[in-house]
Design a protein around this ligand. Structure first.
Ligand SMILES: Cc1cc2nc3c(=O)[nH]c(=O)nc-3n(C[C@H](O)[C@H](O)[C@H](O)COP(=O)(O)OP(=O)(O)OC[C@H]3O[C@@H](n4cnc5c(N)ncnc54)[C@H](O)[C@@H]3O)c2cc1C
Length: 418
């Protein structure tokens, strides 16, 4: 299955038209009502290709026959499910428990992400908040029975929660709008506060993900304002995300560090440094509106900024806890090397990876005694579609580290300074 996966990703990476057709197909699969329906959609999207690769042209030929179409539909639906299962650990926190426990047994911590984003009704937002609360309770309860893993449970600052849940603000309110951030903030805060209170009672960590730029101002202000409230001055452990692909990310880091110095809060905020998952979206939106691109357009510029932010974050400890989230061996090695060079201990740096993209890196780092946390999405295929498409984009982008590594680029080149 791995080889098949790799071949499919490779085909998609080499052909933009095919990639677009496949993404459109993946997007409609959960809404298809029969295998015939699946096959007809697949055929419909692929027919638009000017030059279909050989295996795809063959699949289209057989789809003229009804029985063959059902078989093609079954194979295609199974393919999409298989791809999704690579990135999504289970439909519910209960069904994901086995994976979380197995990761822990292999020396790997986790953060559970309840799939779902951009809710459009208050009811949806309430349901998402309830799912997050349930996940916190279940994981806190189960992880209490896990065996001791000192590297995963303590750093230089103190204890690290075993239960860790990541949430998206766009799922906590249907009112998040760039042109009216206050309304979205107020509505999301009403659902975020009870989650923070529950996490504190359970001794769990709550991490707030960062999404596209149009919601950043609201998310940053919301997190910094709510965490500064007296109720949360002694917990829970909480964190936010810094996206290095944004040209103004150094200023945002400055704002976060100023906040940590002003707000007397224990434990310190965890900052997860990522490059950013909405690169294509930000670029297209800016072009559409005639705005200057808010993201770096040269990959090496983004990578250099990631390294500069890594150093600034590591230098800012113990005001912050640092989590470097990347599948790029160079970015991760740089963080480990700078941490050691600047006198830090390995336990004071966390490396984070995504389930299904960073599995090998996760195993290699855990085997060498580093603290790795794997981000584990939980939910059904419909809720997971936007997430799945972002992961497929990442995997098939010609500029991604993972693609370069899979295409056989030499290790010295992969590790070269950006
Ligand atoms: C644990 C974890 C949590 C995450 N949480 C979030 C989150 O909350 N919010 C979020 O946005 N992302 C999040 N991400 C996703 C993350 O942004 C992507 O996985 C990451 O960008 C991939 O970077 P890399 O270092 O692994 O790979 P690399 O291949 O080194 O970098 C790929 C990244 O570089 C950037 N890029 C690509 N092409 C160009 C170009 N031409 N010019 C400039 N930059 C370019 C893009 O950001 C792209 O994703 C998370 C990732 C992990 C591992």
């Amino acid at each position: 299955m791995r080889t098949l996966d790799a071949r499919a990703m490779d085909l998609a990476a080499r052909d933009r038209e095919l990639r677009a057709a496949l993404f459109r197909f993946v997007d409609v699969v959960p809404a298809c009502r029969s295998l015939d329906d699946v096959a007809r959609h697949l055929r419909g999207f692929l027919e638009e290709l000017s030059d279909a690769p050989q295996p795809i042209a063959a699949a289209m030929r057989i789809s003229d026959v009804r029985a063959a179409r059902a078989a093609l539909g079954a194979a295609a639906a199974a393919g999409v499910k298989h791809m999704a299962h690579r990135f999504i650990v289970g439909e519910t926190p209960a069904s994901a428990s086995r994976v979380l426990r197995s990761l822990w047994d292999h020396g790997v911590a986790s953060s559970v992400d309840l799939l779902g984003e951009a809710t459009v009704t208050e009811t949806e937002a309430d349901v998402y908040a309830a799912r997050c609360a349930e996940a916190l309770e279940r994981i806190a309860g189960e992880s209490a029975r896990w065996p001791a893993r000192p590297m995963l449970e303590r750093d230089g600052v103190g204890a690290l929660p075993r239960a860790n849940v990541s949430v998206k603000i766009s799922a906590l309110t249907p009112l998040l709008r760039a042109d009216a951030p206050e309304r979205g903030k107020r509505d999301a805060a009403a659902r975020l506060r009870p989650l923070l209170a529950r996490a504190r009672e359970l001794g769990a960590h709550l991490h707030i993900d960062m999404e596209s730029l149009d919601s950043r101002e609201a998310v940053v202000e919301l997190v910094l304002e709510v965490l500064a409230e007296p109720e949360f001055s002694s917990g829970p452990s909480a964190g936010m995300v810094l996206q290095a692909y944004l040209r103004d990310s150094p200023e945002l880091l400055g704002q976060i560090l100023d906040w940590t110095r002003l707000v007397d809060r224990i434990p310190p905020m965890t900052v997860r440094l990522v490059k950013g998952a909405y690169w294509d979206h930000e670029l297209v939106e800016a072009r559409q509106q005639g705005w200057p691109a808010p993201v770096f357009e040269v990959k090496a510029d983004c990578d250099r900024n990631f390294e500069a932010l890594t150093r600034a974050l590591l230098d800012a400890r113990p005001d912050v806890r640092v989590a470097v989230a990347s599948h790029n061996l160079r970015s991760v090695s740089h963080a480990i090397a700078y941490n050691r060079l600047s006198g830090g201990q390995d336990r004071d740096l966390e490396v984070q990876v995504l389930r299904g993209l960073g599995d090998e890196l996760q195993d290699a780092l855990a085997a060498r005694g580093f603290r790795v946390r794997t981000y584990c999405p939980v939910g059904d295929l419909v809720a997971g579609m936007a997430y799945l498409v972002r992961r497929l984009l990442e995997n098939t982008s010609n500029e991604s580290f993972l693609h370069e590594q899979a295409s056989g680029v030499a290790l010295e080149d992969l590790l070269a300074a950006p």
